[in-house]
Design a protein around this ligand. Structure first.
Ligand SMILES: NC(=O)c1ccc[n+]([C@@H]2O[C@H](COP(=O)([O-])OP(=O)(O)OC[C@H]3O[C@@H](n4cnc5c(N)ncnc54)[C@H](O)[C@@H]3O)[C@@H](O)[C@H]2O)c1
Length: 278
């Protein structure tokens, strides 16, 4: 059976956990020849090849920080050394701000949140592309960035997180322009997922995860979404990454973002209690 990514090599930042790990697993299942995981923590990657049913050599796990050009450039070199090419780049590493609104946050806290969150979510994404774009030009490859419902709508985070994901929309547009016709650049705006997503360490949010926030809400009514409840399994969100990464199926798509968030944008005025839905 031919997979959608047969023979391709993917480089995924933040692939040690959550959506990045789920995308790595799915890419291997779609025939990817190699997957490079770049993460500040790679413990979660040990069983990945086994889960995908591939030989361990097809997964290369590298420790590094997306804020470091040295780490990223060394990782790209190691990826090329091991696999000979990079076909798909997934800048995905990120942190969250636990919905810290402007009125619940002091100026000093907001400064700390913005510094760390923008460094990782925005600068980290730019630096990832900066380290890998030449390899993608050589392979005629593509980039698929991880965005969020917060890239389009309010309340997916506080001002810092929402602004950081809107910034990634700008990067999809600008880099799709700059790297055409050699490299396609697209994104997936996923919705709430039960993952280990953390907050800025500088204000003590590094030990909390979004999973704990969802767990705290167990028993409460879910925010109503047309397609599912407020959170879902990361594996459910991997399909759009496969589509946009696929040369065969997405060769005419660049500068696009797939909203894969359970339908936040089409809630209309209806609620779970009533409306005009099936
Ligand atoms: N979980 C959600 O509800 C949700 C919703 C929308 C978008 N997202 C986005 O999905 C992406 C992945 O998040 P996730 O939910 O899978 O969280 P996660 O914490 O499970 O995975 C993120 C990974 O990024 C890594 N990482 C964080 N900072 C890093 C750094 N400086 N350098 C290298 N690696 C770093 C972490 O170690 C972790 O393995 C993020 O960009 C996040 O903003 C998540």
């Amino acid at each position: 059976m031919i997979g959608w990514l047969d023979g391709d090599v993917a480089f995924i930042t933040g692939g040690g956990s959550g959506i990045g790990r789920a995308v790595a697993l799915r890419f291997l299942q779609e025939g990817a020849h190699g997957v490079v995981i770049f993460d500040r923590s790679i413990e979660g990657v040990a069983t990945l090849a086994d889960e995908a049913g591939v030989v361990p050599d097809r997964v290369l796990a590298l420790t590094g920080d997306v804020r470091s050009t040295v780490d990223l450039e060394a990782a790209v070199a190691a990826a090329l050394d091991r696999f000979g090419a990079i076909d798909v780049l997934v800048p995905n590493a990120g942190i969250w701000d636990f919905n810290r609104s402007i009125h619940r946050t002091t100026s000093a806290e907001m400064a700390a949140i913005c510094d760390e969150l923008f460094d990782i979510n925005v600068k980290g994404c730019v630096l990832t592309v900066s380290a890998a774009w030449r390899a993608l030009v050589d392979s005629g490859g593509c980039i698929v960035m991880t965005l969020s419902n917060a890239a389009f709508y309010p309340a997916g985070g506080g001002p810092a997180y929402t602004a950081s994901k809107h910034a990634i929309r700008g990067l999809v547009t600008q880099l799709a322009y700059e790297l055409a016709p050699k490299v396609r650049v697209n994104g997936v705006a996923i919705g709430g997922l039960r993952t280990d997503l953390r907050g800025p360490e500088s204000i003590g949010m590094g030990e909390r995860s979004i999973e704990q926030s969802f767990a705290k809400r167990t028993g409460e009514p879910n925010m109503w979404l047309p397609l599912h409840d407020a959170s879902s399994d990361p594996a459910d969100s991997t399909g759009p990454f496969v589509l946009l990464a696929s040369r065969r199926n997405a060769s005419v798509i660049t500068g696009a973002i797939i909203n894969a968030d359970g339908g936040i944008g089409v809630r209309g005025f209806a609620t779970a209690a009533g409306g005009d839905q099936l």
